[in-house]
Write a protein that binds this ligand. Structure first.
Ligand code: CP
Ligand code: NVA
Length: 306
């Protein structure tokens, strides 16, 4: 079994290609097989942003592994009253076995990981959403049998999900095309990192042309036009992003066997149409289910299972 013993997962780039492949294989196995942790372990969830899927899938995954979960809502801990991250991290380290954090700045997550000796998992930051992309790649592998050489096209905002998709696709040997409006491109440092991981073997393409990006793609992917923390900009973004919607017309340009993914929650009529999300090529519910299997594999591999 893939051994990430005691390691952090702050970015998808923390995994090698082999580790990623092994994790996806374990996740697929865990869809039908039971696995238990070697000893009773406790996962803390410290989420400063809303969450349905990540919170529930981590909780159920940990219960099914025989572990326990504490939901550390910042509003009922001293975190919301300004206790320094360095102090919170060193205290939680003494109680918990693993900590999943959802927050704003990647830097805050990194500070947590520096001060806590226990493994820290990125459950979404403004920069990345690695657990989401583990489930996305698992879903694509289920649909197509393998990942190598496939093309994934992401249309919309160059956000945390887009950043992690670039890294995940590069590690998995997939081509990735990111189509955004001008000024909404993904993080240039992560683009560079993804290109270096792709090592000229696969394409990491940025474009402002969604139709060009969608042509013959195996996977069309989108996410909200305004992420958590950007609510104040949401209305101003609507006209800028109009052309970046996954519609039946855009989907008709992709490979006829293409699948459509969305990390959810979705805004029907904005980044995706009702017809596409509810259509025959949509795999969004399998994708959401796979969050649980992928995170179970991650926890088992970090904590040790038998
Ligand atoms: N996709 C995702 O992370 O969903 P939640 O925000 O509901 O956890
Ligand atoms: N980009 C979105 C993803 C939500 C799962 C956000 O950060 O709000």
């Amino acid at each position: 079994m893939v051994a990430l013993n005691g390691r952090d997962l702050l970015s998808l780039a923390d995994l090698s290609s082999t580790e990623l492949q092994e994790l996806l294989q374990l996740a697929t196995q865990l869809k039908s097989q039971k696995l238990k942790l070697q000893s009773n372990k406790v996962l803390g969830l410290l989420f400063s942003k809303a969450s349905t899927r990540t919170r529930v899938s981590f909780t159920v995954a940990m219960y099914q592994l025989g572990g326990q979960v504490i939901d550390l809502n910042p509003n009922v801990t001293q975190v919301s009253r300004g206790e320094p991250v360095q102090d919170t991290a060193r205290v939680l380290d003494r109680y918990l076995d693993v900590l999943a954090i959802r927050t704003f700045a990647q830097q805050e997550l990194e500070t947590f990981a520096n001060y806590a000796k226990i493994p820290v998992i990125n459950a979404l930051t403004d920069a990345e959403h690695p657990c989401q992309v583990l489930a996305d790649l698992m879903t694509i592998q289920e649909c197509f049998g393998s990942l190598n050489g496939l093309t994934l096209t992401y249309v919309g905002d160059g956000n945390n999900v887009a950043n992690s998709l670039m890294l995940g696709c590069a590690l998995a040997g997939m081509n990735v095309r990111i189509a955004t409006p001008e000024g909404y491109e993904p993080d240039p440092k992560i683009v560079e990192q993804a290109r270096s991981l792709a090592n000229n073997q696969t394409e990491v393409l940025l474009t402002h042309d969604p139709e060009l990006a969608a042509k013959e793609a195996a996977v069309l992917y989108t996410d909200v036009w305004a992420s958590m923390g950007q609510e104040a900009e949401a209305d101003d973004r609507l006209p800028i992003f109009q052309a970046y919607q996954i519609s039946e017309q855009l989907l008709s340009l992709a490979d006829p066997q293409a699948i459509v993914l969305h990390c959810l929650p979705a805004h029907r009529g904005e980044e995706i149409t009702e017809a596409v999300i509810e259509g025959s090529q949509s795999r969004v519910w399998d994708q959401a289910e796979n969050r649980m299997h992928a995170q179970k594999a991650l926890l088992a591999s970090i904590l040790g299972a038998q």
